[in-house]
Design a protein around this ligand. Structure first.
Ligand SMILES: Nc1ncnc2c1ncn2[C@@H]1O[C@H](COP(=O)(O)OP(=O)(O)OP(=O)(O)O)[C@@H](O)[C@H]1O
Ligand SMILES: [Mg+2]
Length: 364
């Protein structure tokens, strides 16, 4: 059992308050991803859990025990950072065994642990090489192995993959996911890469300026973002967002105006609804079918096409602003007037304070 709890945790560096006071539970055996833009305080939070940074206020608890006064080495946390440092004059085997040697583990048990970890991380053929004889990804796996070898209850990762090329990043991301499922250790994983977050997380914590914007599973954040920031941050490509100029209740729902476009929705919405959002993958180019509504776009100009092979994301400019659509085939240039078919259930709405508002289906 190693649940991590942050209670009213805060951090200031001199005059600058980086984390104003935050409560968070990272459940036992799950991967919690801290996601947010650069400088939002992700590493600072992680370092406070590890004991590398002293909180200005509040408490860090692991397994119910207060950790504030416990030195980093005694917290049972394994750290995997972006800049992994291996001992250059030790072989992979010696690097892996080092934490066990320090802990005075018997030689036979050391050997067994090293071989087991090497097996898990596919390092067995590399055990007698030196770090300079390894690729970046192999080195990173050795660093992870060394962190894992004492079977810690908690893994703390700070952007461990950001120095690697894309292909390796994808492979190691899957490897970490597999390893975490196998170990069932509690993990906190810091990243600003939302694909990494969507792949690895049981729970994602979206942070902005040291505050929590939303906590939830990857799908919950994708489907029901709590505010405009999360809506814009989760999902690739970014959600299309449009300013609503006016919205009025009419029989059977709401009529809203966005520039030259009038949208009739079978939904009841609060009068202060300010922004409409939908994702590229949820808009179909063409006439609406049963249950769908029409959304007209004017003055479209294609600006870029991202080929997916059988489909393409088309990035457009329109009189309502920029947007992206998912088009079948190889991404035709979309120009002038376009009609989209939208499922009302796939639309997102936000009020003037940028908070999500729920639409109700009126009863007939
Ligand atoms: N030792 C320090 N002294 C002063 N300010 C600091 C210190 N460490 C971090 N900060 C500031 O605290 C804020 C949060 O930093 P932190 O490293 O936690 O961000 P981050 O979310 O990890 O960003 P990134 O994605 O760029 O790694 C930043 O504005 C940073 O400049
Ligand atoms: Mg950081």
């Amino acid at each position: 059992m190693a649940e991590i709890q942050l209670r009213s945790i805060s951090k200031r560096f001199g005059e600058v308050e980086v984390i104003p006071g935050l409560d968070l539970v990272m459940p036992d055996g799950q991967v919690t991803v801290l996601l947010g833009p650069s400088g939002c305080g992700k590493s600072t939070l992680l370092r406070m859990i590890a004991g590398l940074e002293t909180p200005s206020g509040g408490e860090v608890l692991i397994d119910g025990k207060r950790m504030n006064e416990v030195p980093p080495a005694d917290r049972g946390c394994a750290l995997v950072f972006q800049n992994y440092a291996l001992y250059p004059h030790k072989t992979v085997r010696q690097n892996l065994a080092f934490p066990l040697r320090m802990a005075k583990v018997a030689a036979a048990a050391q050997k067994e642990s090293v071989e087991r970890i090497a097996e898990t991380l596919e390092l067995t053929p590399l055990l007698d090489r030196y770090p300079r004889q390894l690729s970046g990804g192999q080195r990173q796996r050795v660093a992870m192995g060394r962190a894992m070898i004492r079977r810690p209850e908690v893994f703390l990762y700070d952007e461990p993959l950001s120095n690697l090329d894309l292909e390796l990043r994808v492979r190691l991301r899957l490897e970490i996911a597999r390893m975490q499922r196998q170990l069932k250790a509690t993990a906190v994983y810091v990243t600003h890469d939302q694909t990494e977050a969507m792949t690895l997380a049981d729970q994602i914590v979206v942070l902005r300026r040291g505050r929590i914007e939303q906590v939830g599973s990857p799908l919950a954040l994708y489907r029901t973002p709590a505010n405009l920031f999360v809506a814009g941050f989760i999902g690739t490509p970014r959600m299309n967002l449009f300013a609503i100029e006016a919205a009025a209740a009419v029989a059977g729902g709401t009529r809203m105006r966005l520039g030259e476009t009038t949208l009739d929705l079978p939904l009841r919405l609060p009068a202060d609804v300010a922004t409409l959002g939908f994702r590229a993958e949820q808009a179909r180019i063409g006439e609406p079918g049963p249950g769908e509504v029409a959304f007209d776009l004017h003055g479209c100009e294609t600006q870029a096409v991202e080929q997916l092979g059988d489909r393409a994301f088309v990035y457009l400019q329109s009189t309502l602003g920029p947007l992206v659509l998912l088009a079948p085939g190889d991404g035709p240039a979309l120009e002038g007037h376009l009609r989209l078919a939208l499922d009302p259930a796939a639309l997102h709405f936000f009020d003037a304070r940028e908070q999500a508002v729920t639409a109700e289906t009126p009863h007939p």
